[in-house]
Design a protein around this ligand. Structure first.
Ligand code: 5GP
Ligand code: ZN
Length: 113
């Protein structure tokens, strides 16, 4: 847990966020700048800087299951959705606490920019 990390502060409750789901390993909340009609962020409760620093398979599995759960609760399972983990500078990671974006509610394009 880092006082300097925005997402650790959301986990700790000192920065407000709209929580939509949680499990033992992680929490899911709405992105403050949504890039799709549904845009959730799924993060681990403990500080892990990025996917490149992740090593706990149970934690990663729980985060993926949480992503699927919030996609289901947003009504995205039928139409589809995208799960993205921006990792490092070239991918445009701006918050250095591992997170999965769950995006849906519109048609996505490929390849991403
Ligand atoms: P990244 O660019 O690192 O892949 O994604 C970080 C995401 O976190 C961005 O989509 C950004 O809008 C979101 N974000 C950053 N700070 C906050 C915050 O304080 N609250 C919420 N709800 N989302 C945030
Ligand atoms: Zn953190």
């Amino acid at each position: 847990m880092s006082d300097h990390c925005i997402f650790c502060r959301i986990v700790g409750g000192t920065i407000p966020a709209t929580l939509v789901a949680s499990n033992t390993h992680g929490i899911a909340f709405r992105d403050q700048h949504p890039q799709a009609p549904s845009h959730l962020v799924v993060i681990p409760r403990r500080h892990v800087a990025s996917l490149a620093d992740a090593s706990d398979g149970a934690e990663l599995g729980a985060l993926l299951l949480l992503a699927a759960e919030v996609a289901r609760s947003e009504g995205l399972s039928e139409t589809g959705y995208r799960v993205v983990a921006n990792t490092g500078d070239d991918a445009g990671q701006t918050v250095h606490h591992l997170h999965l974006h769950v995006l849906g509610g519109r048609v996505m394009h490929w390849p991403p920019g």
